[in-house]
Design a protein around this ligand. Structure first.
Ligand SMILES: [Zn+2]
Length: 429
């Protein structure tokens, strides 16, 4: 199950809500190459984002192609139909070569008893003492437990199979990359659950190249990881071991790897992730999505003048419409409302104050994660401004682009894949 289009070892999901930053994002991948890291950009945009911005899927490929040809990028890149479902996939068939099959909504919908029994019957190896190379102690499982897990996840995997076959019928097998995502759900999946899910994915004959589980802890949009980093590290390492075991046991694609959604800005876990990748040789896909849009506002605020005025206006409008803007993202944000400055207060801010509050620099006392999260979900406000917003982006392309590139390279690619550098500029540990 591994012929055809293959996803590279390290890939970065980059979101570009207003389709103006593909070049700046690609520059971060060029910088990665200068540091010896092969980074494949994957431009992703979900049905939800297209709806809010008012764009169509072909615009993502067009922006990517323009950036690729302008910067002379000769390595692979992909366009991800992010979080699509059977009822939303069709518009993405022509211009995507990567499909994030979102089945989180079917998790917990109990699978039929016959299917559960058949699954456990097919997989006696899942019951008993599960020895997985790379995990010190075996997992002890009972038949009842595997049945319970199968009942919870089988239906979701079957749904992923239906979307996969729908895309395959239209594009042809091997002509696209498939990811199975289960991240937008309430509870994290344990390593034994991940193993059951992977066995079911193989049964369903989905040649998944990435899988996005829900990890332990909170992955709020645009801010740092909230949770027990040691526990995350343990489970992340176990997930890598489970994947490598499942690839061999169930003949899944050899490049199958973890995908971390809402992966931008999770600075506290980057070091454990980087160490795990270095130690195991595993690959990874990291989605950074909306962080680029925040860099656009930072760039405009930094530019001062009209740019700063517009940034303040976006904040004021987002604050006025906070409930509606937050609703679609309720499970992935955590705004402490008393921490939000009033629109009048922000009106009086300098560039430095606005940028300080918004930029994700934890060493800056001005940094305000609640304001950052509100603006993260506030892109609808800019979308409504239309050309007024886009015109300022174009006028301030240099300062905006610089912020986009620096954010991706310095705060994401570097800690995840390069590590700390010594004063001499040599990569070290
Ligand atoms: Zn996701």
């Amino acid at each position: 199950m591994s012929d055809g289009l293959k996803l590279e070892k390290y890939s970065l999901g980059v979101g570009d809500r207003f389709a103006h930053q593909a070049r700046a994002q690609l520059r971060a991948c060029l910088q990665a190459a200068e540091h010896g890291v092969e980074m494949t950009p994957v431009w992703n945009k979900s049905y939800r984002e297209h709806g809010i911005v008012g764009s169509k899927p072909p615009s993502v490929l067009a922006a990517a192609q323009a950036a690729v040809s302008e910067l002379g990028w000769t390595k692979p890149f992909h366009v991800d139909a992010d979080h699509i479902r059977l009822d939303t996939v069709d518009e993405f068939i022509e211009t995507s070569d990567f499909y994030t099959l979102d089945v989180a909504d079917s998790i917990g919908e109990p699978a039929p008893d016959d299917d559960v029994r058949a699954f456990v019957g097919r997989h006696p190896e899942l019951v008993g003492s599960l020895e997985i190379p790379g995990i010190a102690a075996p997992f002890e499982t009972t038949r009842e437990e595997i049945e319970r897990i199968a009942r919870k996840f089988l239906r979701a995997v079957q749904d992923a199979g239906a979307i996969y076959r729908h895309v395959a019928a239209a594009k042809g097998e091997g002509n696209f990359i498939a990811e199975v995502s289960m991240d937008e759900t309430d509870t994290p999946q344990t390593p034994p659950e991940l193993l059951v899910i992977l066995a079911a994915i193989a049964d369903e004959r989905i040649p998944a190249q990435t899988v996005a589980p829900k990890f332990t802890g909170r992955f709020n949009k645009g801010v740092d990881y909230v949770g027990d980093v040691a526990q995350f590290e343990k489970e992340f390492n176990e997930d890598i071991a489970v994947i490598s075991h499942a690839v061999k046991t169930y003949d899944l694609p050899s490049n199958l790897k973890l995908s971390v959604h809402s992966g931008s800005d999770k600075f506290s876990i980057y070091e454990p992730v980087r160490k795990a990748l270095a130690r195991t040789g595993a690959g990874i896909h990291v989605k950074t999505a909306g962080t680029t849009w925040l860099e656009e506002i930072i760039g405009l605020a930094e530019a001062g003048g009209e740019g700063l005025m517009l940034a303040k206006e976006i904040y004021a409008r987002a604050l006025a419409d906070i409930d509606a803007l937050c609703a679609p993202y309720a499970t992935v944000i955590d705004i402490d409302r008393p921490q939000l400055p009033t629109a009048e207060e922000v009106e009086g801010w300098s560039s430095e104050q606005f940028v300080g509050a918004l930029r994700h620099d934890r060493s800056n006392p001005l940094y305000n994660p609640s304001l950052r999260q509100l603006l993260h979900v506030g892109y609808k406000v800019a979308a409504k401004m239309g050309d007024r917003y886009l015109g300022l982006l174009r006028e301030n392309e240099e300062v905006v682009g610089r912020n986009v590139t620096e954010n991706l390279f310095d705060r994401h690619i570097k800690p995840l894949f390069v590590g700390a550098e010594t004063a001499a500029g040599v990569a070290g540990d």
